[in-house]
Design a binder for this molecule. Structure first.
Ligand code: FES
Length: 112
């Protein structure tokens, strides 16, 4: 068994993320994540919409469905929870949700 150490990678300065909006970031494995800032909280999900596999969710429309904070894909408006990744349209897979850490206004992610 090998012990892997996790590295913190810097994703963005919090000021780079528009309030109630998103930005995309390219991970070392070439996957993109979409970061959103809503009420000073950062949410991170895969940027690729499961519907047509386009990297567009960072440009999605932030909103809510009841108590749930959501993003609607800018392409065909499929709706997802930013907190859990849940897809509210039955024909879509859920989004992958990433854990991020904010320290001194910098957004970090643990990376293997
Ligand atoms: S590509 Fe996102 S809803 Fe169609």
């Amino acid at each position: 068994m090998s012990l892997k150490t996790k590295t913190l990678i810097k994703i963005a300065h919090i000021e780079e993320i528009p309030e109630d909006g998103g930005i995309a970031y390219l991970l070392p494995n070439k996957e993109q994540i979409a970061l959103f800032k809503i009420n000073h909280h950062i949410y991170a999900v895969q940027n690729k919409c499961p519907h047509k596999k386009e990297n567009v969710l960072a440009r999605g429309i932030v909103g809510n469905k009841g108590e749930k904070i959501t993003v609607a894909c800018p392409m065909h408006k499929k709706l997802f929870s930013l907190e859990t990744g849940e897809a509210f349209d039955n024909d879509c897979e859920h989004l992958k949700v990433y854990h991020v850490i904010v320290e001194n206004n910098i957004v970090y992610m643990e990376w293997d």
